[in-house]
Design a protein around this ligand. Structure first.
Ligand code: 5RP
Length: 295
């Protein structure tokens, strides 16, 4: 039932953007009725004190090969681990470049089948839930390409992870991948996030947008974390994180804006200050510069 009257508006009272959703007994939005194991895994990804997370995304190579700033996973990622809450990567990157002694939770990228050289929405699931459990994953993830050629297949991939993950108490992160031909606006992202949540994903990764990010969050009944997207000047990236948190995001799943920063470890800490302590971007940027000077 297509409906042309779908445009979100920040001041539209139907979204109730100032009325938080009731969480009844568990700190995470939309998660009160999950199994104990699911809640336990989510409590490793999201800090129960702040309710938020800084995830470090370094799965870019699965479609892009040696991404700028991430040419040497073994040199770039390990020094950042102490400063983030959670890691998001592929099993190959983890097995080869990340020490199994790390106690940070892992969100395991499970999709494959497409690269930047071809159609990105033409994906399949390449990592089973049994393998994810063998990797001790705290959650599994795949991307959904709403409106793209492979929309149905990518939703099928997400459904597989959710169905299998539900059997083992492993939550699923649904990622909104946005093709070049799509507008990253509140109407599109709101639709994509809601579709992912209604299919049963336990949290959603999307892009910050303005205006109307608050309506994207309000209409999505599970936590949203934002991707960083292309590399921005550090202060701009901190401003984006701040605005996203201010409008209800539960954290970030940031890659390039951390690992490609001039000082990645300082940037990870500055992003953490915004996400967990809701520091103003200018204060977090001052922290970034202090940490940078002292290294
Ligand atoms: C792609 C992903 C990537 O991990 C993520 O979007 C990259 O993070 P960033 O945009 O912050 O570099 O999920 O589907």
């Amino acid at each position: 039932m297509p409906d042309n009257d779908m445009t979100p508006a920040s001041n539209n009272k139907e979204y109730g953007v100032h009325i938080p959703m009731e969480n009844s007994g568990f700190f995470l939005k939309g998660s009160a009725h999950l199994y104990w194991g699911m809640k336990n895994r989510l409590s490793r990804i999201f800090n129960p004190e702040s309710g938020r997370t800084v995830m470090l995304a370094f799965d870019h190579g699965y479609i892009m090969g040696p991404t700028s700033g991430l040419e040497r996973l073994d040199l770039v990622v390990p020094p950042l681990i102490p400063y983030v809450d959670c890691l998001m990567g592929t099993r190959g990157a983890l097995r080869t470049c990340i020490s199994p002694e790390t106690n940070k939770p892992l969100v395991l990228r499970c999709s494959t089948g497409a690269t930047v050289l071809k159609e990105l929405s033409n994906e399949i699931i390449g990592v089973t839930l049994e393998e994810a459990l063998a990797m001790n994953a705290a959650a599994v993830t795949t991307q959904v390409c709403i409106g793209a050629e492979g929309e149905r297949e990518t939703l099928d991939n997400l459904a597989y992870l959710i169905n299998e993950g539900n059997r083992y108490g492993v939550p699923t992160l649904g990622v909104t991948a946005v093709g070049k031909e799509m507008l990253r606006d509140a109407r599109y992202l709101g639709l994509a996030c809601r579709v992912i949540a209604e299919l049963g994903a336990h949290f959603v990764k999307t892009y910050y947008c303005e205006p109307g990010f608050d309506t994207v969050v309000a209409a999505c009944p599970v936590p949203i974390v934002i991707a960083g997207g292309k590399k921005l000047p550090e202060l701009d990236a901190l401003k984006m994180a701040y605005k996203a948190i201010d409008q209800g995001a539960m954290g970030v799943d940031m890659g390039r804006n951390i690992f490609a920063a001039e000082d990645p470890a300082a940037m990870a800490q500055a992003v953490g200050a915004v996400v967990h302590r809701f520091e103003k971007p200018e204060q977090a940027y001052a922290l970034y510069n202090d940490l940078k000077r002292n290294t």
